[in-house]
Design a protein around this ligand. Structure first.
Ligand code: SF4
Length: 383
């Protein structure tokens, strides 16, 4: 089945080209500690064997940057680097990767007095000098605070679009066009809307699609499939990532799920009639990455899914996040949220912090809060 494709620009990302009708590239991200070179080389090789077109690695420090140079040497993989707060490491790693991803919502953390335009100009210069592409990666859990204040708190989509469009306009204005954009949310319906609205404004910009924190398979795959089917069938999307919460030795499942969804869409086997029942328990969990505060995170997410099974018929969202990068923001929108610190787990009810608990006690506290929430839901129904 010939799928429609938006007339996006061609963007070369090392050994793969996206946009302009090129095949939709499938990518993943390592979840090992980047400075653990052997573990990360192992995961990169496993993703290469699984057929990844591009592999992203988180780099937050000089130590990570030095490790990435070695990882690139040992694997020869088509790598992209994920820059969050510390964008200044870009020049250390750009010669060894094909793409630099920055998050507009995290640029303000360093050198707060410096305008974001100067920081993006720096990243663009480094990219140009090192034959790299760029991704402007907007994420619902960390939207530019200066954009959030312009909109009602119920409208999480418009500030994301405004932030992305502003960065596209700036990059175009400085003559840097070798970039793509991503607009990610953990709710498939919002991913569909935000990407459709962005594409309606800029159908020339290649889009990287993903449901962020989609969670544990099979739910994580189902949520992602719903969004991809609705977007790719309408010509929106040039590269994809399926964010799954899985143990490090199962990261290849992200590539397999991505390829399967694309081939099903291409052969017309779409299942979007299957509405992801948000009127029942919804577990949001991040796919983990080098920033994870404690290796116990993935097990914790699996235990939360198991322990909360008894509440499956209640329209309750529980978010489980691996660190403080997207943890605090993403858990704000959940009914109950857990975000990890090295030795304890923060428990929240919406935006309210309830406390920080050791890893071996957090499930007990979560269950207490969940039971109370269920009682509240029951009395709402009676009321
Ligand atoms: S929340 Fe933290 S650990 Fe999880 S994927 Fe995002 S940056 Fe990585």
């Amino acid at each position: 089945m010939e799928l429609p494709r938006n007339p996006t620009r061609e963007v070369i990302i090392g050994s793969v080209t996206i946009g302009a009708g090129h095949d939709i590239a499938v990518q993943s991200m390592t979840a090992t500690k980047t400075h653990n070179i052997d573990a990360t080389v192992g995961q990169v090789k496993a993703l290469q064997e699984a057929g990844a077109d591009l592999i992203r690695v988180a780099v937050d420090s000089k130590k990570d940057a030095e490790a990435l140079v070695e990882i690139s040497k040992q694997t020869g993989a088509n790598l992209s680097v994920d820059l969050q707060e510390n964008y200044k490491v870009a020049e250390l790693i750009a010669p060894h990767v094909a793409k630099l991803r920055y998050n507009p919502g995290h640029l303000y953390h360093h050198e707060r007095e410096k305008p974001w335009q100067e920081k993006v100009q720096y990243i663009a210069n480094v990219a140009k000098e090192n034959d790299c592409a760029i991704r402007v990666g907007v994420n619902c859990g960390s939207v530019d605070p200066e954009k959030l204040i312009n909109y009602d708190s119920n409208d999480s989509i418009s500030p994301m679009i405004e932030s992305a469009l502003e960065h596209c306009e700036f990059l175009d204005s400085i003559g840097f066009t070798r970039y793509c954009v991503s607009l990610k949310d953990s709710d498939p319906a919002k991913v569909i809307e935000v990407n459709q609205r962005f594409a309606a404004e800029r159908n020339d910009i290649p889009l990287h699609l993903g449901v962020t924190e989609a969670g544990i398979p099979p739910d994580g795959v189902i949520k992602t499939r719903i969004a991809f089917e609705q977007l790719i069938s309408k010509g929106i999307g040039d590269t994809v990532r399926v964010s799954l919460t899985v143990p490090n030795d199962r990261k290849n499942e992200e590539i397999e799920a991505g390829r399967q969804i694309l081939s099903d869409i291409a052969s017309g086997k779409v299942r979007s009639v299957v509405k992801f029942d948000l009127d029942s328990l919804n577990i949001i969990s991040c796919p983990s990455c080098s920033r994870v505060e404690n290796e116990a995170f993935v097990d914790l997410a699996m235990q939360v899914k198991e322990m909360t099974e008894y509440a499956k018929d209640y329209a309750i969202t529980i978010a489980v996040m691996g660190c403080r990068v997207n943890g605090p923001g993403e858990t704000d929108d959940a009914d109950l949220g857990l975000w990890c610190a090295p030795n304890f787990v923060n428990l929240k009810k919406g935006e309210i912090a309830l406390g920080a608990y050791p890893y071996d006690e957090i499930l007990t506290h979560l269950k207490k809060e969940l039971d109370q929430l269920i009682e509240e839901k029951k009395s709402e129904k009676v009321g």
